[in-house]
Write a protein that binds this ligand. Structure first.
Ligand code: ADP
Ligand code: MG
Ligand code: MG
Length: 885
């Protein structure tokens, strides 16, 4: 196989390997592609990624084949441009550029102007007729080569340049004359000799091979390794090396260099976008030494800048560039990110690749390009990263508004919100009922804070990571959340807080940006998301392609309404315990739990029944006619137990039982490992009245709504934490009995299904048995992950991050399904369940239902639907469509 591929001039670009990024890297493949479609690309060659792997494996040694092939390819450049490498009369200069499969910061920087030495610099001065340019190029080369290849601190050179300018009274590099540069070169060479103990290499072959080796070696440099680890890039890819004839943007005022996008990468608008600099080279544009100028006249005018745009200053080169933009977009059928140079009026293309873009821009470009006929609908659907939609669905901060940032925490849940600080959940609820917008600020949150989190527009916590309770619940609810803001300290007695050095009190206003983690004092204007327009169009296309249904996890009418706006086709998980935590109810719930006997329990349940019925009726109305999966009470009773003295006193009043007695009872119910304790269907089996009450509330509400609206909901009653067929059989019989009783009382029947969650490994193993009793399965992958991995989600924070960092888990298994492991149980559950009951309805309701990679897996195993929190519904719709394509 070929080790080196030439491009440009009369090179043969027909070997498909040359345009394969795997072989020639992203830069090399695209340079060959551009050259082969006739664009002006300076000639050069690419050494394959395979050679870098070989070099590193063989102890940093170049093969003879490679040396011979490089020599030949270099000749091709010489012939094409009519100069020769190392010639003191008319020297060829080259750049040496690294180029892995994907663009990788952390790799070696490019070396420009290679081939200059004390002799060739004279030749360059003569042929260009510009001594200043020649010496400027030489000093750039020494500086870059010394830094990148020889490992000498570039600060030494920058310092010398600053001193030289100061001594001459100059401000800008452009003030330096040929002689000034020449004397700086002498200084640079002395510096190199001092640092290295030997002179700067004058042999151009030594320079070339030194640079090639540096590119190869940079693959194994620490910063490249770190980048690879963080971005899941395998170590065996290697990097290509591109050696290319130099073209010069620093040959005076008819020369320039620039970078451009064929469309606006932040808005997606179909308008060229870019920056350029006259009389400059390479990285000058991005380096920030000089302020770059706008590419187009329109942009320059909009910005009120005085330095001319390229469109105005170099109309001919600009026109050619614009034509090239259009040609490249048509060729690659995507927005391109381009690097170019103009040498004495002549345009040269140095790089092109598909450009990075914001979520907004990705959406607009996908829809626009379909309209332009550049791509078809399927391609448009595939062009948008579902996760990027997350940014689009939430309010964002007005980028032009001023921000008084007081601290920064973790960006735990996206979106932005302003409101008055409240320090506990009850206050949050009370103030919200009075119409205030509130931000709940807590050290950390617990299940007892749910109602306050619901009432708040945003949540700020001093402790906790990205998978803390606050973060998980906030993401589920679509509330912006900043967690782990350690500069926040709260004085609950005084109702004040300190953020860094700032003193604040309850009622002061605060703004959170859950996308960045920024916490700001006062109100910052937010912008509401746009759900119609391009977003609506793309979603419609996605819906037409997907096979799986998309439901939502919701337990309040407001969330249901939101989810329907986002396109939910039903409820996949309604967690009834969330209704139990509501302010007015928790007392009855506690009364029920702490009751001595069935009679006491029944009394409390009787009080809860009308409330639950009203909850379900409201939800059924919002979801008119759509399927609603309602999970019966699941969490360990432990979680509802009072902890504060005030709560015990309150309960004692309500029940007439003594505080001591209640405390003893609570102590009895204490569990060491509630996650594996008295919860789920185990509650239903031991306290049948609880599920009986809940079933009754569901059926009564369903009958009432059917009578009222004529549109009967389809309740799917879901029994949690089932491990055995018998558990479900007992509970199903009880639910059916309640149903018959209610239908008799109401004089009407409605359709309903009884099913179960598959969230214990045993349930997946026994799915064929369990399916005899279940009309549907919903994979509860949160618990299934916990129980399969033997990892408690609440305690995982301490080791999960290091586990992911060290590659023990590719991703957090609570965020993205462990397909290899837990996935096997899901697959088994699907297969065994369907063996027993071919029309078994199958869904997923863990957090994974909103994760694109997990959704792709759900499509593969043939689930009927996925269920995600309301804000994740559009993500799921798009991901399900992509999975189906
Ligand atoms: P990166 O991958 O960091 O963008 P490049 O290899 O693209 O590095 O090089 C950076 C810049 O150097 C280019 O944008 C271009 O301005 C300049 N450059 C590279 N090769 C040449 C060349 N042959 N002639 C002129 N300028 C070049
Ligand atoms: Mg580049
Ligand atoms: Mg569960």
């Amino acid at each position: 196989v070929q080790t080196v591929y030439s491009f440009g001039g009369n090179a043969d670009h027909s070997d498909p390997r040359q345009k394969d990024k795997i072989v020639t890297g992203g830069k090399g493949a695209n340079l060959a592609e551009m050259a082969s479609i006739g664009l002006p690309v300076p000639p050069g060659f690419t050494i394959t990624t395979e050679e870098s792997v070989r070099y590193l494996n063989e102890g940093a040694d170049f093969s003879d084949t490679l040396r011979a092939d490089v020599a030949k390819a270099l000749e091709h450049i010489e012939q094409t441009v009519g100069k020769s490498f190392g010639s003191k009369d008319d020297p060829l200069l080259v750049s040496v550029r690294s180029g892995a499969r994907v663009s990788m910061p952390g790799m070696m920087d490019t070396v420009l102007n290679l081939g200059l030495n004390d002799e060739t610099v004279g030749g360059l001065a003569t042929t260009s007729g510009d001594a200043r340019f020649a010496w400027d190029s030489y000093r750039r080369f020494i500086q870059m080569y010394s830094d990148v290849v020889l490992g000498i601190d570039h600060g030494l050179f920058e310092e010398a340049l600053e001193i030289a300018k100061e001594d001459n009274g100059f401000y800008a590099d452009t003030d330096m004359s040929a002689e000034d540069w020449q004397s700086l070169v002498a200084q640079y060479k002395t510096t190199v000799e001092e640092e290295l103990g030997k002179p700067f290499p004058q042999d151009v072959q030594e320079q070339l091979w030194g640079a090639i080796a540096a590119v190869f070696d940079s693959w194994d440099a620490d910063r490249a390794k770190t980048y690879r680890r963080l971005n899941d890039i395998p170590a065996d890819w290697g990097t290509a090396v591109n050696v290319q004839a130099m073209v010069f943007g620093n040959m005076g005022d008819t020369s320039a260099t620039g970078v451009a996008f064929t469309r606006d990468p932040s808005t997606g608008e179909k308008a060229y976008y870019g920056e350029w600099l006259v009389n400059a080279q390479g990285e000058d544009v991005v380096a920030g030494i000089r302020t770059p100028q706008y590419l187009t006249q329109r942009r320059r005018e909009a910005a009120g800048a005085s330095a001319p745009s390229m469109e105005e200053a170099m109309p001919e080169a600009f026109a050619e560039l614009a034509e090239t933009f259009d040609l490249l977009e048509r060729h690659y059928r995507d927005m391109q990110d381009i690097e170019f140079t103009v040498e004495r009026g002549k345009l040269w293309m140095l790089q092109t690749r598909s450009g990075k873009r914001t979520a907004n821009a990705a959406l607009k470009m996908a829809v626009d390009m379909e309209g332009e006929g550049l791509i078809d609908r399927k391609e448009a659907i595939l062009r948008v990263d579902p996760m990027a939609l997350d940014q689009l669905l939430h309010p964002t901060l007005d980028p032009d508004a001023t921000r008084d940032v007081v601290t920064k925490g973790l960006p735990a849940s996206p979106g932005a919100a302003s409101g008055k600080i409240v320090l506990d959940a009850d206050t949050a609820e009370q103030w919200a009922q009075l119409g205030e917008r509130v931000i709940l600020v807590r050290v950390e949150t617990s299940p007892e804070d749910i109602h306050g989190m619901h009432a708040a527009k945003g949540i700020l916590t001093a402790r906790g990571g990205m998978t803390s309770h606050a973060a998980v619940v906030a993401r589920g609810m679509g509330r912006p959340c900043v967690s782990g803001a350690s500069a926040v300290s709260i004085d609950r007695e005084a109702r004040t807080l300190r953020i860094g050095s700032r003193e604040m009190k309850e009622g002061d206003t605060l703004t959170l940006d859950g996308a960045t983690g920024e916490v700001m004092a006062g109100v910052v204007v937010t912008i509401e998301p746009e759900l119609a327009g391009d977003f609506g169009v793309l979603m419609e296309w996605a819906d037409a392609e997907r096979r799986m249904g998309v439901r939502t996890n919701a337990e309040t009418p407001a969330d249901c309404r939101m989810a329907r706006q986002f396109g939910a086709e039903g409820i996949g998980l309604c967690r009834t315990e969330h209704m139990f935590f509501d302010a007015g109810r928790i007392r009855s719930v506690r009364q029920m739990i702490l009751a001595e006997d069935e009679a006491g329990r029944q009394g409390a349940l009787d009080a809860l029944l009308p409330e639950q019925r009203a909850d379900f009726a409201a939800i059924f109305k919002e979801m008119s006619g759509l399927p609603c999966t309602i999970r019966l009470l699941d969490p360990p009773l432990h979680e509802f137990l009072p902890t504060q003295d005030a709560d015990f006193a309150d309960l004692a009043d309500a029940t007439g039982l003594g505080v001591d007695h209640l405390k003893r009872r609570a102590a009895e119910l204490h569990e060491f490992n509630p996650m594996l304790g008295h919860r789920g269907c185990r509650l239903g089996i031991t306290y049948p009245e609880i599920y009986a009450m809940q079933s009754r509330a569901i059926f009564e509400a369903a009958c009432d709504v059917a009578a009222e609206s004529g549109e009967a909901p389809v309740p799917e009653i879901m029994v949690p934490l089932v491990a055995t067929r018998r558990e479900l059989a007992i509970l199903k019989e009880q639910i059916d009995t309640v149903a018959e009783a209610v239908f008799g009382e109401k004089g009407r029947r409605i359709d309903y299904l009884v099913g179960t969650m598959i969230e214990l490994p045993r349930a997946a193993l026994m799915a064929n048995e369990i399916a005899h009793e279940a009309r549907f399965f919903s994979f509860g992958t949160n618990d299934l992950t916990q129980t399969t991995l033997g990892v408690s989600r609440d305690d995982a924070a301490r080791f999960l991050a290091p586990y992911v960092e060290r590659g023990i888990f590719a991703r957090d298994p609570f965020v993205s399904l462990d397909i290899e492991g837990v996935g096997q149980l899901v697959r088994m559950g699907v297969e065994r369940g369907r063996q027993t009951r071919a029309d078994l309805k199958l869904g997923i309701c863990g957090e994974h239902g909103g994760d694109p990679a997990s959704i792709a897996f759900c499509e593969e195993v043939g689930l009927d639907y996925v269920s995600a929190s309301p804000y994740r519904v559009p993500i799921a719709r798009l991901a399900a469509a992509q999975a189906a394509l």
